[in-house]
Ligand binder design. Sequence first.
Ligand SMILES: Cc1cc2nc3c(=O)[nH]c(=O)nc-3n(C[C@H](O)[C@H](O)[C@H](O)COP(=O)(O)O)c2cc1C
Length: 181
Amino acid sequence: MNAHVPSASAPATPSSHGALPPGSLAFRAAMRKLAGSVSVLTVGQGEARTGLTATSVSSLSVEPPTLVICVNRAASSFATLLSERVFAINVLRTAHQGVADRFAGVGGIKGAARYADADWTRLATGAPVLADALAAFDCELEDAIERHSHVIVIGRVVASRITENAEPLLYWAGGYRGLAL
Ligand SMILES: Cc1cc2nc3c(=O)[nH]c(=O)nc-3n(C[C@H](O)[C@H](O)[C@H](O)COP(=O)(O)O)c2cc1C
């Protein structure tokens, strides 16, 4: 093996400066070990609806109720998110793998076509909400903080709903998973 080309299975050895190089395969390999709950961000109205699949959703604060999601500024839904300023985060169930694929753009699906084969409703803001999501958070965009390739979006949660007796769709090591315990 070429000693200068890191492999995905190589140990995550920091450089002599203690920092991983940009685009580091070691960083990617380590991040693949981070299990994530899969959500879709939904935004827009009618034929202007769009959105993306995301594992970067996290709670920020309870008082006030806020969450964060990191969105790539190159994502096709980014401009709509900034102009609409309201959006929903829909936490997916194991039955929603097709939704996850569509909102990730698998097969080149864009915009409103990502909303096919699922039931949609609204809560408070009017943003599209997946009717049978494990959990749904209806948000106003509180802040969007540019950092590197992404924007850290802070959502002020104005309404939420949950579905009982359902299990989350997880993403780990490059594939979809379910709870195994
Ligand atoms: C499991 C999974 C998790 C993802 N998480 C994020 C994320 O947190 N933030 C993000 O910007 N993109 C994330 N993506 C990528 C976007 O879903 C994808 O780039 C986007 O929907 C397609 O880009 P487009 O809208 O420009 O076609 C994720 C994709 C997958 C499959």
